[in-house]
Design a binder for this molecule. Structure first.
Ligand code: ADE
Ligand code: ZN
Length: 334
């Protein structure tokens, strides 16, 4: 089997994808027309051509501005459905997407419309395509803990449920310590916990996310190598890291895909996984990310099978579903 065919057939689990980051320029224009919201670009092609980022913040500024076209329950359904269609094409079998409700409620969109549009598409994908999911709400770490707490209370009181809490947005200057009470409250309410850490921020943010917030998985974590003791801890406790290779190149966390530490991380025993982050902005969905690292880092089928295995084990799927997915993986890897 060629690597291409092997990658295609791998049953994939995506643990790090922001639904707002799956908004393709064509859909942004379509929703903009539908909702009477203008975009600062003449065309979808011009919008795509503007995606040349120097760091995380330069991306976030464009990402939040483009969210202005998302207004109704149907918009959030359409966005999620389009992502799921792409995921199905890549043989994604389980997904745990993020959404950023504060970005939408700040513009007057009702939280319920956001979450119910997303849930409707996820429920339909389970029925129609057999894709299972867990939904993770992220709080914006550049805003206050009080604002995050208000968003969480709204989410917990909504009839449409969420499964987990995460945090994203501007990392540097917004340490995990800022959200200590929020995570304690979320975990007491039964939510699973993840956190972006060690993308642009220091390795200490990874450690504090685990120790102070109770994060069960670290989103990115690519800077953990700066602290060898932390690497030992992550290996020992099998803490899953959701690596996003094309994102890391686009946001200049690494210089090039050839320089990405993913292969070394895998070989020292870290529980790394491959994910897309914001695929509409970083030129690649999960399959593209698998192909890019396979070519650039000369990954073998054993490496690839381990990446897919780590994602199944690191997911929040229940044990029965994990066993099913491991069976699907075995059928491909022999
Ligand atoms: N929001 C969307 N993508 C993000 C990323 N890569 N880091 C932090 N916040 C984000
Ligand atoms: Zn992310």
């Amino acid at each position: 089997m060629t690597h291409e065919a092997f990658i295609q057939r791998l049953p994939k689990v995506e643990l790090h994808v922001h639904l707002e980051g799956t908004l393709e320029p064509e859909m942004a224009f379509e929703l903009g027309r539908r909702n009477g919201v203008a975009l600062p670009y003449a065309s979808a092609n011009e919008m795509r051509a503007a995606y040349d980022f120097s760091d995380l913040q330069s991306f976030l500024d464009i990402y939040y501005a483009s969210c202005s076209v998302l207004r109704t329950e149907q918009d959030f359904y359409d966005l999620t459905r389009a992502y799921l269609d792409r995921a199905i094409a890549d043989n994604v079998r389980h997904v745990e997407p993020f959404f950023d409700p504060q970005t939408h409620t700040a513009r007057g969109v009702a939280y319920h419309d956001v979450v119910s549009g997303i849930r409707r598409a996820l429920d339909e994908a389970l029925e129609r395509d057999g894709i299972t999911s867990k939904l993770i709400m992220c709080v914006l770490r550049d805003l206050s803990e009080d604002e995050a707490m208000a968003a969480l209370r709204t989410a917990l009181s909504d009839e449409t449920t969420i499964d987990g809490i995460g945090m994203d947005s501007t990392e540097i200057g917004n340490p995990p310590t800022k959200f200590h009470s929020l995570y304690a409250f979320a975990r007491a309410a039964g939510l699973r916990a993840v956190a972006h850490a060690g993308e642009e921020g220091p390795a200490s943010y990874i450690r504090d996310s685990i120790d102070l917030l109770g994060a069960e998985r670290i989103d990115h974590g690519v800077r953990c190598g700066e602290d060898p003791a932390l690497v030992g801890r992550l290996i020992r406790d099998r803490i899953c890291l959701t690596i996003c290779p094309l994102s890391n190149v686009a946001l200049r966390v690494v210089e090039s895909i050839e320089d990405h530490p993913l292969r070394e991380m895998l070989e020292v025993g870290l529980a790394v996984t491959v994910n897309s982050d914001d695929p509409a902005y970083f030129r690649g969905y999960i399959g593209d990310n698998y192909r890019a690292v396979t070519d650039a880092l000369e990954l073998t089928e054993d490496h690839l099978a381990e990446l897919a295995f780590n994602a199944i084990v690191g997911s929040f799927a229940d044990d029965e579903r994990k066993i099913e997915l491991l069976g699907e993986l075995n059928a491909v890897t022999g």
